[in-house]
Design a protein around this ligand. Structure first.
Ligand SMILES: Cc1cc2nc3c(=O)[nH]c(=O)nc-3n(C[C@H](O)[C@H](O)[C@H](O)COP(=O)(O)OP(=O)(O)OC[C@H]3O[C@@H](n4cnc5c(N)ncnc54)[C@H](O)[C@@H]3O)c2cc1C
Length: 478
């Protein structure tokens, strides 16, 4: 029974190539200027933040929902794969054409249609860059909390598909908590509307939640209704340096038990601190074993009081140096250090494997200790930082992928890391998704019956298996 449903989806996901006739039809749908087929153009859409590359057969830039629908309808008729793409900043290969096919880039869907202050909602298109929405709503005294560190360049469509998080998730939650409704083109070409435009709604199954986080495998999002909050009056930020990683980790638990929910608590280990300092030169404490970057927000007097209390907790737990930013410039310098980290890491090696495990907050000290042990055992450089307030640690294993011994050690490191994460009651991905890079690990976390059910859902949405094949479910995983 299981084997049959498994084969059903994947027999259809074999390599299909694009005929000249089909390509001509695609060009008619989106127009000549919105259609690329030259190799040098295709190469620009063959990669994402994983550094992996897969050449697509064509790249399209549709401008409206009807065009997306026509592309998907044609894909079912002529048999080619369609891969939705935003800015290509994904960390797990979700937007890559792993089985060739047509990349549908959603960046022309870049309108903020309405910011409705009375009802605290925004109607937006998926190609809008996240930071552009942040700025637009903040000008009106409103707040859209999800803030992946990539917010200056990633798109809201990508955020929906990955259910992105970010530093503020510790207080405000992740993308799914701010999506009220979606317009989606199903893989069959049908257009559906999910959810509501109100702050509540429980009519029927929650298709919105199903599609958010589905990594572009169940439909192409063409419009969304997002929930907004009033903009907090004041945000204060501080950094606290620790001489022991374990003490910094224990401080996170102490803060979370104290009764103040910080806006963010970001963690950087010594390798991250040195790396960010080498890149930015903003005076980070390079000798510290770990750094916590903590923010508090609210009314002016509440944010001021909270940041002082948070500083006091850090001191009582053993922080060796605490700096509360006094002005915007100091605040920005602290924030920049954390945001620059991901690209700065390549200083430690030509390749990195980036994992984003989550453990229960109280188990962060155990996880930090385990990462230290894995580092010593493998001899690899492992850099960790992340959204400690959520227990979400980005573990970056640095290596040279051409070196077989490095690859073997890295695989062992990841295996051990994932096993221990699950033993602690955690999850192997907090916000980057599974894509292709984690697909052979999914069965470590999810049972066979649950995986089979997920595949049946995929099959119901996408009977011909044309949308974003090869993602999430490793084909030989069961
Ligand atoms: C430096 C850096 C920092 C990062 N920091 C964070 C962080 O703090 N938190 C976090 O969560 N992530 C982070 N990321 C990962 C990444 O930015 C997010 O996953 C982001 O949401 C991807 O958006 P994108 O527009 O680049 O999507 P892409 O990479 O283009 O696509 C990602 C997935 O979304 C699908 N997709 C895109 N648009 C649509 C659509 N309209 N409809 C359906 N499916 C669609 C694609 O098929 C793919 O599966 C970071 C990445 C980088 C490079």
């Amino acid at each position: 029974m299981l084997e049959n449903s498994d084969c059903f989806v994947y027999l259809k996901s074999t390599l299909m190539t694009l005929s000249k006739k089909t390509f001509r039809r695609l060009r008619e749908i989106v127009g000549k200027k919105n259609c690329l087929r030259d190799k040098e153009d295709l190469a620009c859409y063959a990669y994402d933040a994983t550094g992996l590359t897969y050449m697509p057969d064509a790249v399209l830039f549709p401008e409206n929902t009807a065009e997306v629908s026509s592309i998907l309808t044609l894909a079912n008729r002529d048999g080619f794969f369609v891969i939705p793409r935003g800015a290509g900043s994904g960390m797990t290969g979700g937007s890559l054409a792993v089985k060739q096919g047509v990349i549908v880039v959603m960046t022309r869907f870049n309108r903020i249609i309405q910011i409705d202050k009375d009802n605290l909602v925004a109607h937006v298109e998926p190609g809008v860059v996240t930071a552009i929405l942040h700025n637009a709503v903040e000008k009106k005294g409103l707040f859209y909390p999800p803030d992946p560190a990539s917010s200056e360049f990633c798109t809201l469509g990508g955020n929906m598909a990955e259910c992105s998080g970010g530093p503020r998730a510790v207080k405000y939650g992740v993308t799914r908590d701010y999506v009220l409704g979606l317009e989606v083109v199903l893989p069959t070409g049908e257009i559906i509307n999910t959810g509501v435009q109100t702050s509540k709604g429980v009519v029927g199954y929650d298709l919105t939640r199903l599609i958010v986080g589905s990594e572009g495998t169940l439909g192409i999002i063409t419009r969304m209704v997002l929930r907004l909050l009033p903009l907090p009056e004041s945000v204060r930020i501080m950094k606290a340096a620790f001489s022991e990683m374990e003490t910094a980790a224990a401080t996170v638990s102490a803060i979370m038990n104290h009764g103040i929910i910080p806006r963010s608590i970001e963690y950087m280990d010594n390798a991250s601190i040195r790396c960010a300092e080498g890149y930015l030169k903003t005076g980070l404490p390079v000798k510290a074993a770990a750094l916590l970057i903590i923010e508090a927000d609210g009314k002016q007097e509440d944010a001021d009081r909270s940041i002082k209390e948070l500083g006091a907790i850090c001191r009582s737990m053993g922080a060796v140096d605490i700096q509360i930013a006094k002005n915007n410039e100091e605040s920005e310098n602290i924030r920049k250090a954390r945001k620059a980290l991901s690209p700065a890491l390549f200083e430690y090696g030509p390749d990195k494997i980036n994992e984003d495990i989550v453990v229960p907050k109280s188990r962060i000290p155990d996880m930090v200790k385990k990462i230290k042990e894995i580092k010593i055992e493998t001899g690899l450089i492992i850099v960790s930082f992340g959204h400690a307030g959520d227990g979400n640690i980005h573990v970056n294993v640095m290596l040279d992928k051409k070196n077989i011994e490095d690859v073997r050690k890295a695989e062992y490191a990841i295996d051990t890391l994932f096993d221990y994460t699950l033993e602690l009651g955690g999850t192997i991905s907090g916000e980057h998704g599974i894509g292709i890079t984690k697909s052979n690990y999914i069965k470590k976390e999810i049972g066979l019956v649950e995986i089979a059910l997920m595949k049946k859902i995929k099959d119901t949405f996408d009977p011909e298996g044309i949308l974003n094949p090869g993602k999430i479910f490793y084909e030989n995983s069961i």
